[in-house]
Structures are given as C-alpha cells and as structure tokens.
Ligand binder design. Structure first.
Ligand code: ZN
Length: 300
C-alpha cells in the first residue's frame, strides 16, 4: 500500500533544508544527499533484525540513547519504526516512555500493518493516519505506467490481492519468472513425469515460503474450479487452461487436505528457523503426486 514509502518521504521532507511548497524534499541539499546515501545521522530505522522476528527491547534502549543526543543538523531527528506491531512487550513499554516524554524536535513514525496489535497505551500516544486501498482504476493506471510495457496489469493486481507495489515488484523482480518455473514443475509432477524428491530440490531453490504461497494460490484455484466449473473464478488466469485440465485429476477432498498441509507447512517454516525446508517441500511434492488420480490408477 506504500505506508513505508510515505514514512520515508515524510522523513525526507522533515530533514530537507529546502522542501518544496507541497512539502517534498528537494533531493539537492546536503541532508538530502546524506539521506539518499543512507548516511543521515538524524534518520534512524528500527526494524526486526530478521524478517518475521520481533523488535527487541535492546533496540529501543539504543534508540533512547540516540534520542538523548541533539540532532546533528538543525532540523528534526526522525525515527522510522516498522513494522510497529513487531515490538515485543518490553520493547513497547520502553518506547512508551519515549512517547510520553518525547525529546524536542523528534518525530517517531510508526508504520504498522496491524495497528490494533499495538498496545492501546502506545496507540493513544500516536496520531493515526489510515492508508486505504486506492480504487482499482487508479491502481491499474499507475501500474500501466510503472510496469514494463505489455505487462498484464489486471493479472498482476489479482495475483497480489490488489497491492500495487507488490504487483510492481512481482513483474520487475524475478518473482514472475520463478512462478512460471514452479508451475511447470507442479504440472510435471501431476502428469507423473517427475520425481518428487528432485522436484522438491528445485522448489527449495525458489525459496520455500514463495513456493508455498504460489501453490496455495493454485490449490484455491483448483478448488474454485472444481466447485463452480467456471473459469471466471480462477485467479491465476494465465494458467487457466491447465488449471481447468489438471483440476479434474485431483479429488476435491484431497485438494482440501493439501490446502491444510500447506497451511501447516507455512506455520512450521514461519515459526522456526531450524526446520529443514527441503524436507517440508518433499512431503508436499509426494502428497501432490499421490493426490493425482493418474498416479493412483497407475499404481493399482
Ligand atoms: Zn533537501
């Protein structure tokens, strides 16, 4: 949705020596140059050490020390903390002290995907700015100019649940090509042309969480088609014909089981860094092949 982009722009504006009348940073002054190089001493970012982890109390204590120093430049000190709901209780309590008696000319920008997950005490000390989803037409127009020519912007938006920045990242990064590769390997698996262990090795190279996300999306499409027999409900429209064909090979009950297995696998990988993703993916590849009716007939 661009919440973090907004926070970055806001910070840039506060730090800039000559912001425009609309409030945009000039991008030319010394503070702007320092910020763009990632070296502005008055701009601090607080985020989990690793994606999916919590913000620890030590990180807030360090922030406390930094805030006690005066700004290096004449303007503001700006702290961008995100995602704010990732603060553990101790971290949130520690931050609360800062928010209750904020140092002069210091702006705390808390970016949160789930503001209700923040302690009420922290929320009550903040000014809340809500970011609502833009209209589909607005997103489509933006993506048409931002994405490479010939991109299927409607498909990209659907695939990312209408999150325009994710849609943009999907087509400009490697995401879209990887998805294509993954789809081919799943189709191979279902048509019995591949060894599940080999396939799981390929999947692991594509990053387990992404693999699970895409396969989950296709499982939903298989189910949608099995239940409605209508292609219009398929989200992954670029694979519509194959989804239609393959969906009939897998019993509906098995599709629901796969959906559950994938959800459990996702939680398992999310919860611990010690879990071997390849093992999880191997189990999944085997389950998909077993569910395919072609395999079942062949083995009896
Ligand atoms: Zn500037």
């Amino acid at each position: 949705m661009g919440k973090l982009h907004f926070a970055e722009q806001f910070a840039a504006s506060l730090l800039c020596e000559h912001p425009s009348a609309e409030g945009f940073a000039c991008e030319q002054c010394k503070p702007c140059h320092l910020r763009k190089a990632g070296n502005h001493p008055d701009l601090l970012h607080v985020q989990p050490a690793e994606a999916g982890k919590m913000i620890q109390v030590d990180q807030i204590r360090q922030l406390l020390q930094a805030c006690n120093l005066t700004a290096n430049y004449s303007g503001y000190q700006v702290i961008i903390l995100q995602p704010a709901e990732a603060m553990n209780n101790n971290a949130a309590n520690s931050l609360l002290k800062l928010l209750e008696e904020p140092p002069a000319k210091t702006a705390f920008l808390l970016v949160s995907h789930q503001p209700m997950a923040l302690p009420a005490t922290v929320r009550s000390r903040c000014q809340r700015i809500d970011f609502n989803r833009a209209a589909h037409d607005t997103m489509r127009q933006w993506l048409q100019t931002a994405a490479p020519a010939q991109s299927d912007v409607d498909l990209l938006l659907k695939l990312t649940q209408y999150a325009p920045l994710s849609a943009h990242a999907l087509i400009t990064g490697e995401g879209f090509a990887k998805r294509q590769q993954l789809w081919q390997s799943l189709a191979q698996l279902l048509l019995e042309k591949a060894d599940p262990v080999q396939i799981a090795m390929q999947w692991d190279k594509l990053e387990a969480k992404n693999v699970l996300g895409w396969i989950q999306s296709w499982t939903m499409d298989f189910i949608r088609f099995r239940i409605t027999s209508q292609v219009q409900w398929i989200v992954n429209q670029d694979f519509r014909d194959s989804i239609q064909r393959l969906a009939t090979q897998i019993p509906l009950a098995d599709l629901f089981k796969l959906l559950e297995q994938q959800q459990a696998a996702f939680s398992l990988l999310q919860g611990s860094s010690n879990v071997k993703s390849q093992g999880v993916l191997e189990n999944l590849a085997i389950a998909w092949q077993r569910a395919s009716q072609v395999t079942r007939r062949a083995s009896t």
